[in-house]
Write a protein that binds this ligand. Structure first.
Ligand SMILES: *Cc1c(COP(=O)(O)O)cnc(C)c1O
Length: 374
């Protein structure tokens, strides 16, 4: 055990979870046990529903591990080797996606944009029109580096209009930002993980993909373990409760409980409303104690809030985060915006009461650190 008192986690994953979710981990499970296979198959069905997909058209293709693994698998599976993929570059996770694609031997066409506003169709269209050999647009839905949101709906419609395909990194958006696969036939696949907005434990990645496209793309991946077409083929051959390699069974059991709680809360609209209220309370509360927002309010999404670090030379991020922790609040001890920021999560099993407590703790910690010598 970590030797420390209960901590309020304000980070964009793995997030603060509910006790019921954590309790579901306290069991030993065999992955091939029929009881577990039923849970696993049910989770896959429920996820298609959350994704706004249609059973038989869309399928959940899970992959063990972190988000990067399932993002790489999506790129490898759906972009033909050597194929061109346009990536709007406006944040840390976009940069990571581009690296995954490049190292997999796909040709990245980077579109440089500022990290202080979301990308829109107007940014993408001229690039696609100028280069008809770009087959895919791949992008991050909610940019977890800064807190901006790229316009997945608008970009999707533009991609469809120009006859291209789309890959969506919805890792910090799925279940919260509205997006329905049924309305986006141009979307080959979206990906997310168990430990973010659905408030489960970390350990599983999930792709939700068009089955026709996953089948048509068989043989692209140049990897067995990262081949989503093979995940689908395995499900068709051995059943939707079967899994190719040993999964984090406890995290999957906990995820089923997290989905129960998500539905009980009221699904996407309710979770969006709670996170939006958290992010607004953070944005306004931090501004009120003198911390300058990194984003203009109209570009501030509901998942993560970033503010400029105080320019006072006595401020040191690592020292600050450790001192804040002693007041029971944990935030990221790094930043990945282009200017130095504090990065604070608005997601997880938290409410505006927690946010108000955290803002007070941040204010007190800063006062201690930057107290003017009498
Ligand atoms: C968290 C996250 C990922 C994946 O991160 P892992 O550490 O690999 O789980 C990918 N994209 C976005 C936008 C994220 O927020």
């Amino acid at each position: 055990m970590l030797e420390r008192p209960a901590m309020l986690l304000l980070i964009p994953g793995p997030v603060q979870t509910r006790p019921e979710v954590r309790a579901a981990m306290a069991q030993d499970i065999a992955p091939w046990d029929r009881d577990f296979q039923a849970v696993y198959a049910r989770i896959r069905e429920r996820i298609v529903g959350v994704a706004g997909g249609t059973p038989g058209v869309h399928a959940t293709l899970p992959l063990q591990g972190a988000g990067h693994f399932v993002t790489e698998a999506a790129l490898r599976t759906f972009v033909v080797p050597g194929g061109k993929v346009l990536i709007p570059m406006n944040g840390a996770y976009a940069t990571r996606m581009a690296r995954l694609a490049r190292e997999a031997g796909r040709e990245v066409v980077p579109l440089d944009l500022p990290d202080t506003r979301g990308a829109t169709a107007a940014d993408i269209v001229p690039v696609l029109e100028a280069d008809t050999s770009i087959g895919h647009v791949a992008f991050v839905f909610n940019e977890t580096g800064s807190g901006i949101v790229n316009d997945a709906d608008g970009i999707g419609r533009a991609v469809r209009g120009l006859g291209r395909r789309m890959i969506l990194d919805a890792v910090s958006a799925f279940g919260v930002l509205p997006f329905r696969l049924d309305e986006h036939p141009e979307c080959d696949v979206l990906v997310f993980t168990s430990g973010k907005c659905l408030e489960g434990m970390p350990g599983m990645g999930f792709a939700v993909a068009r089955m026709d496209r996953a089948e048509a793309c068989a043989g692209h991946a140049q990897s067995w373990s990262l081949d989503l077409s093979d995940v689908l083929a395995n499900a068709k051959r051995s059943g939707w409760g079967s899994i190719r390699f040993t999964p984090p069974v406890q995290a999957i059991a906990a995820f089923d409980v997290a989905l129960d709680l998500y539905e009980a809360e009221g699904g996407q609209p309710a979770r969006y409303a709670r996170y939006r209220a958290n992010a607004d309370a953070l944005y306004d509360g931090l501004a009120a104690i003198g911390l300058r927002p990194y984003l203009e309010k109209q570009h501030q999404g509901p998942v993560i809030v970033t503010v400029h670090q105080p320019s006072d030379p006595r401020f040191d991020l690592m020292t600050f985060v450790e001192a804040l922790k002693r007041r029971g609040v944990l935030i990221s001890n790094f930043y990945n915006t282009s200017a130095p920021t504090l990065r604070i999560g608005a997601i997880g099993a938290i409410t505006t009461d927690d946010i108000r407590r955290a803002v007070a703790a941040i204010g007190a910690t800063l006062d201690d650190m930057l107290a003017k010598a009498a």
